[in-house]
Design a protein around this ligand. Sequence first.
Ligand code: CU
Length: 545
Amino acid sequence: MRFAGNRAHNDPGRIQRIRQGLASRLGTAFRSPAAASAGDLPPPAGGATGQIDRRKFLLAGTAGSAGAVLFSSPSLAALLTGPSVKARTAAATPATAGQWTAPFDLTLVSIHAVVLRTGSVLLFSQPSNGSVGSDAVLWNPVSGAITNVALSYQRDIFCSGMTVIPGGRVFIAGGHIYQGAANGIHQGVSNTTLFAPGSNSWTEGPVMDVARWYPTVAQLGDGTVRVLGGTTSPGTDAVTIDAYDPSAHPPLTVLPSTANKSMATYPRVKLTTTGLLAFTNAGTTCFFNPATSAWTNGPKLNSGTRNVNDTSVLLPGLTKIMEIGGTISTGTTATAEILDLSVSPLAWKPTASMNFGRVWANTVLLADGTVLVVGGGASGNYTGPVLTPELYDPVAATWTQMAAQAAPRMYHSTAVLLPDGRVLSAGQSSGSLEQTGEVFSPPYLFAGARPTITSAPASLGYNQQFTITTPNFASIGRVALVRPGSVTHSNNFDQRYVDIMYTSNGSTGLTATSPPDGNHAPPGWYMLFVLSSGVPSVARWVQVG
Ligand SMILES: [Cu+2]
């Protein structure tokens, strides 16, 4: 499965479609009608008020949203058109299942997506023009405007790994040799590339010790970055780890050979609160200690390896890592399992399975700490699209089916949480809707009035008291810093949900305490949400660390 992507890269139809897409691209700004309708208007008030009530309701009403997938079976189709099911279908309202916009044109295939501190989303893929670099745009989720920020020189950052470094720039490691993707040559590069929001400028970063295709990047608590895994050439793993320090000269070093490890492509890696990097989608979980450059083995997945096409997430609370779906020995799986790092001895424990098996799905931490799994397919890269997302409640350990989206979002698709609490789902490098995005409004946006943040500090140190001014101080039930997403190939390198301790000051707002250290919240830009009765505010941007 490691090279499951090759078929897509070789697809001449896809390349032609991308070229056609470039021909139709507008140079600077553009707003599609659908994007306009996806603007930052307050959603209508919903009928349901309590999160628990909504969840119970959904359990009885899931058949409607699942219908698109289940209709492949005639007997199920007959069942689903029966009168009782029609009644339940009608009950699936935005307040219970969320709501999607229609697909809208993003002018490129959004294979990589990074949420920037400006609130815009950087989307990029391979070059569609043989003389310049990768296609890239900024999409403004509020206005729908699209700004072309394609690389002006011959660099292909498609199939790289990327993270937003503390100052807000995007650090991009590896990619494709120029024109490699167009010609089916999956050879990585040793280049790194930086994108600066605001000036929208690209610069070359330091060169890594080896070429990397499909690497993973992970930011540590001190703001430095490790680049792990990927292949140096087709079929040959990159075994070294590169360390990138944005504040140092020279900024990049190769770690001692004790750090070497064969990790295949896009390994799923998470920073733990003790400062270790946990590598979790192979058979045996491994922990890397950046202080000693040594690895130790942890527990085995119950499922065996889940391969490169699973999806994973560090859950709110920061002690539980969840592996979801992917390919196991019996094929595509709907199972999920959780490793709780706070429980000894360490062991992966099954949690509830999804309603659908999925490969190449994306996982998004929502503003209320629930987990949206969106897209993916039944097998392979583009087979059996699962149009129905599912929402995992980490407290109840339940999956709830959401409203179905219109476009398949399988291999080379992306999904990220937006600062207004909605979700962008985009891409997939095949099909007529590949250059589109869709925006999902979760049920919490139909559950009543949104709390507001009147003011909050623009920057925060660690373990520091600060004030959030909000007229909703009496009803706030949760405060969180959410690290924005940075995702490709079902692998989100950055997203993180950090709960914040707070008390109401009884008059104008909240007195809160910032995260204890960088291992809980690596330095950088975060979206600050306050929630009232499960309904999130629009986020404020806060620089932490
Ligand atoms: Cu790929």
